[in-house]
Design a protein around this ligand. Structure first.
Ligand SMILES: [Fe+2]
Length: 431
């Protein structure tokens, strides 16, 4: 616990989390839970791939047996856009639903959050969108109940008050961030990951690891000024004793199990442990925030629409979120390490790096090297160049990332456009 709070700094941290149920078979509890919440008619968000999976049948059966009518919306887009959010909100508005159930990866859960928001509190689309693209207006009141059921071990969206989308006109990803977006409950069944392609486990798993490392190395909450009102305390409050616990545990689990989970779909122990890591990291970064690799990822994913990742062949060409994040992570952590080398060293150790007699000044390099070692072992692309980016894109990438103040402010070491450009340059090729 920190004792040495600077006079003008923050002395209080917040622990906010939704209710979570974790374990095989939990989807069969959705019906009774929805009924206990007083829901008789819900919108059930999923995507076209999941529409044929047994987990959707299990969820529908549970809702039906509890007397809850569920209307399925499976037109969710992988890596959603402002347009796909508005289409989902129109469906939600017309359906007069009492609540929402989402079954899918982060894209599905985020779409349900947006549909809930814009159908419950209609407004101009940009009103709630984060600055500088939108007005960042707070959500004016409670949203309808939302049961979020993740099927990928990565998103963390089931635990957070953030929804991410591709803002098509601006070629950037951005968010709506408000604690009222946090789902009412997360129902997390790790058996849903058994059928995931290796490429999806890799991409989402590296998202987990980067969430956890960013959360652990974020600026400490004590360096923020204390807000004038308690309600003005941001969700991205910085690293704090609560988020540190979940972050470190998630890094350890990811370091131990991610490679196994990617390489062998039959290794259920590994896939379940990575799902638990995703949950712990989601709770952690939902209370601390992420920083540079995520700020940079929004530019990477927003600019490139020509590339198809392994495991995502059925989707339109795009960079899956986890890949757009982790390709920047080694260079970003080399850059941030001098601000808090001990934390980077602890993260490297938790990830399974061999520290030997490595001096503290090398902590960033050791952490980056361990991440790259894991990326090589799991078939990730060798840097942004493999996605089609080159030196001539660095200015646009840096400009895009520099428009993410919510994330940049959470970095332990300030990064302006020039620094971001140099980190992007270091991310073009990783080995
Ligand atoms: Fe993420």
């Amino acid at each position: 616990m920190p004792h040495d709070v600077p006079p003008a700094g923050e002395s209080v941290f917040t622990v906010e989390a939704n209710s979570i149920r974790f374990g095989p078979g939990v989807l069969s509890e959705a019906g009774p839970i929805a009924r206990d919440l007083g829901l008789k008619r819900v919108a059930l968000f999923t995507d076209a791939n999941l529409a044929r999976q047994p987990c959707l049948a299990e969820l529908r059966q549970s809702l039906a047996q509890a007397g809850v009518e569920a209307v399925v919306y499976d037109e969710t887009r992988i890596e959603p856009t402002d347009r796909s959010f508005l289409a989902a909100a129109a469906f939600a508005g017309e359906g007069r639903f009492e609540g929402f159930v989402s079954l899918g990866g982060g894209s599905v859960i985020d779409t349900a959050k947006a549909a809930n928001l814009y159908s419950t509190w209609p407004a101009d689309f940009l009103d709630y969108v984060a600055a500088p693209y939108g007005q960042a207006k707070p959500v004016p009141g409670a949203l309808k109940p939302h049961l979020a059921c993740p099927t990928t071990s990565g998103t963390g969206s089931e635990c957070t008050g953030v929804t991410v989308f591709d803002f098509e006109g601006q070629h950037i990803k951005t968010v709506v961030a408000d604690r009222r977006l946090r789902p009412t409950m997360a129902l997390i069944d790790p058996t849903t990951t058994h059928s995931l392609p290796a490429g999806v486990v890799a991409s989402t798993g590296f998202d987990v690891l980067t969430h956890a490392i960013e959360s652990y190395t974020a600026r400490p909450f004590t360096v923020r000024p204390r807000p004038e009102r308690p309600a003005a305390r941001p969700m991205s409050q910085g690293a704090n004793p609560w988020s540190d616990m979940g972050s470190l545990a998630a890094i350890r689990l990811g370091g131990r199990y991610l490679e196994r989970a990617v390489k062998d779909a039959q290794d259920h122990e590994a896939r379940h442990q990575v799902m638990y890591a995703a949950t712990l990291a989601g709770i952690a970064f939902g209370n601390s925030g992420v920083h540079l690799p995520h700020a940079m990822s929004y530019a990477v994913a927003g600019l490139c629409h020509r590339w198809t990742a392994k495991g995502y062949e059925s989707a339109a060409p795009m960079v899956p979120h986890g890949i757009s994040v982790v390709l920047n992570a080694p260079a970003a952590f080399r850059f941030t390490a001098p601000a808090c080398p001990e934390r980077h060293r602890e993260a490297a150790e938790a990830l399974g790096a061999d520290l030997g007699n490595v001096p503290l000044a090398e902590a960033g390099r050791v952490l980056a090297d361990r991440l790259v070692e894991m990326m090589k072992a799991t078939g990730l692309p060798n840097g942004l160049a493999a996605l089609g980016y080159g030196e001539s894109d660095l200015d646009a990438l840096a400009k895009g990332a520099s428009t993410q103040p919510r994330l940049l402010v959470n970095s332990p070491r300030p990064a302006g456009e020039a620094e971001l450009k140099s980190i992007f340059a270091g991310s073009l090729r990783l080995w």
